[in-house]
Design a protein around this ligand. Sequence first.
Ligand code: S3P
Length: 173
Amino acid sequence: MVISLMGFMGCGKSSVGRELARLLCCPFMDLDEVIEGAEGRSIPEIFASDGEAAFRRMEAEHLQILLDSHNISAVVALGGGTVMRKECAEMVREKTMCIYLRATAETLVRNLDGESENRPMLSNEEPLNVRVAHLLALRSGTYEQTAHMVIDTDGKSVEEIALEIHRNLDKIS
Ligand code: S3P
């Protein structure tokens, strides 16, 4: 089974994913890192030279390759925008156990402070809190609909969140 971690930028997908993979003794993969490795460029470089639409196509392509080649157990951290593309949301829903790490806009803004350079979707004219609230409002419905499990993460440590997922996996698998 592939477990996918989904949620807004700054919700802790990668750190929780690494900890969960450690608990499950299985490999961890980060979709952004897979894309960067395959392209030989960072995500900000891809956005700057090719634009968002090209990045989204790469994201869908690499997600498909990754899910088609992993019938084994693995934990995969998705990008914050991955499931906004319908075909990606369908793949994630059908081929993974998808967990939404839900956080409030306040927590996300706190975690993302100073991160705009690494995250092209945040390098916008708007102040960070306005941008996060705007994007979160656009995305949260899709996150809720795509997830098989929702974990509220505010005020919890990476270890606590990973343990909570681990405990709950028994109930839904
Ligand atoms: C994006 C989130 C990023 C990365 C890209 C676009 C988004 O991943 O895929 O910058 O649209 O929310 P993280 O959520 O891991 O930061």
